[in-house]
Write a protein that binds this ligand. Structure first.
Ligand code: DOR
Ligand code: ZN
Length: 335
């Protein structure tokens, strides 16, 4: 059995910088036609110059002209129209992090009143720049996403023309909210389609499955699977592949993030096939994102075959999801 995916896209990807960028970026560039690159570097990407130089560093290590790094800017509430107008053509979206909610988000937002967010949101609305959001409060870890939903609703109502992407949704509540507003969209990760909290902490603690937002309950996973498997037009694949070196994961204070980029297409083919919906994977990993973001990625045909893929124990010092395990599909060729 085989499957050809046209121009797969990863609409939520952490590529980091420096040595880590060199390790991970070519792995995404090989199998994807494009990716939305997250701006949570240290310091975060907050200016046109930073966006441009980061994009150049990415292109330099990828050495693949059929991979487009779609760039994002780190949300600050005080951007204005002129500043964003200058930047508009160098970015695809602006990413909002609540302050301190996850890796390198200390400079994020701590006041979610519309008044505080207005300067940037109004400019984005006028310029048609999509808003990507890490939607978690600092409440109890299992409730953070659900507690954030009123903030999504407030922004969606006040700016009905603004495209808002609920990043890496993990709950039934988020799926329900997504359906209530026309201008809400969502990315869904591979890992949240695969695991629940039981896989992370129900037996031995699995640091390589620890991420933000934390994986939730079986019924939440079921709600995510439902919309992903039908390739609902409001959802698209965003891996949230978030590499950390092994010593930062296998540590008393484990960094949040699951490294899935090099296994994503194989594992997606496997779960879509198991669900009997392999024909919907093309929409989920490319077509929906092209429509939502109005983008045309480079042409790339990725052929997968149903043959065992032994997932490496690590890529340099980064441990991927399914390390040392066998997946049922492998990428055979990229044309
Ligand atoms: O688990 C995560 N890791 N979630 C995020 O939101 C950020 C990411 C990272 O950058 O490591
Ligand atoms: Zn992320």
């Amino acid at each position: 059995m085989q499957l050809t995916l046209s121009s797969p896209l990863d609409m939520h990807l952490h590529l980091r910088d420096g040595k880590m960028l060199e390790i991970v970026a070519p792995l995404s560039a090989k199998e994807f036609a494009g990716a939305l690159v997250m701006p949570n570097l240290v310091p975060p990407v907050t200016s046109k110059e930073m966006v441009q130089s980061y994009k150049e560093r990415i292109l330099q290590v990828c050495k693949d002209d059929r991979f487009t790094p779609y760039m994002s800017l780190f949300f600050l509430p005080e951007y204005d129209y002129e500043f964003l107008q200058e930047l508009k053509d160098t970015i695809l979206a602006i990413k909002l992090y609540p302050a301190g909610i996850t890796t390198n988000s200390e400079g994020g937002v701590d006041n979610f009143s519309l008044e505080a967010l207005a300067p940037t949101l109004e400019a984005m609305n006028e310029l048609g720049i999509p808003l990507c959001v890490h939607g978690e409060t600092n409440g109890f870890v299992m409730d953070r996403e659900a507690e954030f939903i009123p903030i999504y609703e407030r922004i969606a109502k006040r700016f009905p023309e603004l495209k808002i992407i609920m990043e890496h949704i993990t709950t039934k509540e988020a799926v329900d909210a997504l359906m209530r507003f026309e201008n809400l969209y969502a990315t869904i990760t591979l890992h949240h389609l695969h695991i629940t909290l039981d896989d992370v902490a129900g037996g031995l603690l699995r640091p390589h499955l620890f991420c933000k937002p934390i994986a939730k309950r079986p019924e939440d996973r079921m709600a995510l699977r439902k919309v992903a498997f039908m390739a609902h037009e409001k959802v698209m694949f965003g891996s949230d592949s978030a590499p950390h070196p092994r010593d930062k994961k296998e540590a008393p204070g484990c960094a949040a993030g699951i490294f899935t980029a090099p296994v994503a297409l194989s594992a997606l083919a496997q779960i879509f096939e198991e669900a009997g919906v392999l024909e919907n994977l093309q929409k989920f990993v490319s077509d929906n994102a092209q429509k939502i973001y109005n983008i045309t990625p480079p042409k790339k045909e990725v052929r997968l075959v149903k043959e065992p893929f032994e997932v490496p124990a690590s890529y340099a010092d980064v441990v991927p999801m399914f390390a040392g395990q066998e997946l049922k599909w492998r990428v055979e060729s990229v044309l």
